[in-house]
Design a protein around this ligand. Sequence first.
Ligand code: DGL
Length: 266
Amino acid sequence: MATAIVFDSGVGGLSVFDCIAATLPGLRLLYVADNAYFPYGTKEEGALVARVRDLLFGLTERLHPDLIVVACNTASTVALPALRDALAVPIVGTVPAIKPAAQASVSRVIGLLGTPGTVKRQYTQALIAEFAPDCTVLRHGSAELVEMAERKLRGESIAPSAIDRALAGLIGQPGGERMDTVVLACTHFPLLAAELAAGAPQPLRWIDSGAAIARRVASLLDGTASPRADTPPRHGAVFTARTPAVEKLRPALSLRGLGEIEFMEA
Ligand code: DGL
């Protein structure tokens, strides 16, 4: 049975985990959250690249995965070349879904909601220049929304004002009233899809990368990951810090077959 690591700073990668598990129920998934270094979205680029490279190198040596999914836009938009240099295992990154958003937008005004790191990356700018040159792309970086997604999965309440602030950060910009499509360029944000849709003052199409990543994983593991599971695989979770917050995540993790949690200092 093939094994894939699904990696993020926190619970955001679970939005990608869900898409992969639905597409490939026969694939064993190890969910890795670098909660000791969370959040990634406000970290300096060089330090983040070194952290992610060293962590994934150590995990690969120990766990020998068939494939790694970097289920984090913040890390993927800066660290993919360094990761591919350092590791022999295939790596699937998560990058902002600018291309499908540009294909879908009728008004040609797109919102890009990510972490502060992702929205200002050169890589993101290059995606916009390549795939949405005729669109106005309104960017907003929200570290607060990342925290809200973590709260939601811990079963805690989410401040509606935080959702409003994130939406206002996009819609309040010139042209915002014409925006018809929003790229959820942080894997934490699909976990708040219902709250975002309910808070939006205008109809919006929300686009994330989860389904495309699942398709990519399926094509790379073609033949080794059976699309059907005769015996369901035993998934597992690894966190880099043992904290009270992780204990509160247990119900959300168990729901996904992630009942076994290992703590690994990094
Ligand atoms: N889930 C992450 C992303 O896709 C990062 C969140 C964070 O640690 O700031 O960008």
